[in-house]
Design a protein around this ligand. Structure first.
Ligand code: COA
Length: 258
């Protein structure tokens, strides 16, 4: 198991902690594999009542590891993206029928934000910065966010988040309905733990039925796969390769050549 994700089960709460702070918890395919396994376990293991996502360091997650994108894009592997561990994780999230909670401090970029759309209760730091800048990498929305983000925020706010790629802070995320609580950064984990403990004590089958009724898992997974096709074909496109190179060379991308 990769050390970059820690898994712990305590009092019915299965916690997956992103533990790659030196890379702002950017998520590699190996890490997605561990997250997929934990999410599947959360569904099938009766000892698990709640799945919790946390992170070490000053950022929740900088999103997908860009070195992985470069490797996949240059191998032309974009089309086979649905076979990759990230998709095992997304499918497990779509199918999870137990409550998921997230504790978010600092940056939540890309899947760091779109993962929150699959969490039933989200606690953010007031000064957290959430963004889905797929546009900056010339990619496309993933994790069913093309449906779920506008559902939560309305079309215009969601479009702005996707099309400008600029972050919103934790207070705005609360005001816009993306989070349940916005608290000072030092309190995030404790508030999330408190909510998870409450959920873990509720009637489990009633909670499952409630969650299943509230979201159409099959439709969400179907959309994730369709999004994967757009994302995958963009990933090996010249504009995305330019964006990935620009990130590695710490310069702004040049999209002027269309
Ligand atoms: N993939 C791979 N490495 C990443 C990464 C990512 N998504 N995000 C950050 N890192 C690495 C940086 O390359 C840097 O590595 P280095 O120390 O070896 O140079 C390290 O993590 C620290 O990041 P840095 O950019 O110096 O931190 P920062 O505090 O100035 O900025 C972010 C933090 C998250 C705003 C910035 O790193 C960022 O924009 N990352 C890319 C986010 C992104 O586009 N993700 C994909 C979304 S689809």
């Amino acid at each position: 198991m990769t050390e970059a994700v820690r898994i712990d089960l305590t009092a019915g709460v299965l916690t997956a902690t992103l533990a790659r702070p030196e890379k702002k918890n950017a998520i590699t395919q190996a890490m997605y594999g561990v997250l997929a396994e934990a999410t599947r376990r959360a569904k099938t293991d009766d000892a698990v009542r709640v799945l919790m996502f946390k992170a070490e360091g000053d950022s929740f997650s900088a999103g997908n590891d860009i070195a992985d994108f470069i490797a996949q894009g240059s191998q032309g592997a974009g089309g086979a993206l649905v076979e990759a561990p990230v998709f095992h994780f997304l499918q497990a999230l779509a199918e999870l029928d137990k409550p998921a909670v997230a504790a978010v401090r600092g940056r939540a970029v890309g899947i760091g934000l779109t993962l929150l759309l699959h969490c039933d209760m989200v606690v953010v730091a007031e000064d957290a910065l959430l963004s889905a800048p797929f546009i900056n990498l010339a990619l496309a929305p993933e994790a069913a966010s093309s449906l779920l983000l506008p559902q939560v925020l309305g079309h215009q706010r969601a479009f702005e988040i996707f099309a400008l790629g600029e972050p919103i802070d934790g207070r705005t995320a609360l005001a816009w309905g993306l989070a349940n609580r916005a608290v000072p950064s030092a309190e995030v984990d404790a508030v999330a733990d408190e909510l998870a403990a409450k959920l873990a004590a509720r009637a489990p089958n009633s909670l499952k039925k409630t969650k299943r009724l509230m979201r159409d898992a099959e439709a969400i997974w179907g959309l994730m796969q369709r999004e994967g096709e757009a994302f995958g074909s963009q990933m090996s496109s010249p504009e995305a390769m330019e964006a990935f190179m620009a990130f590695s060379q710490k310069r702004a991308p040049d999209f002027s050549k269309g």
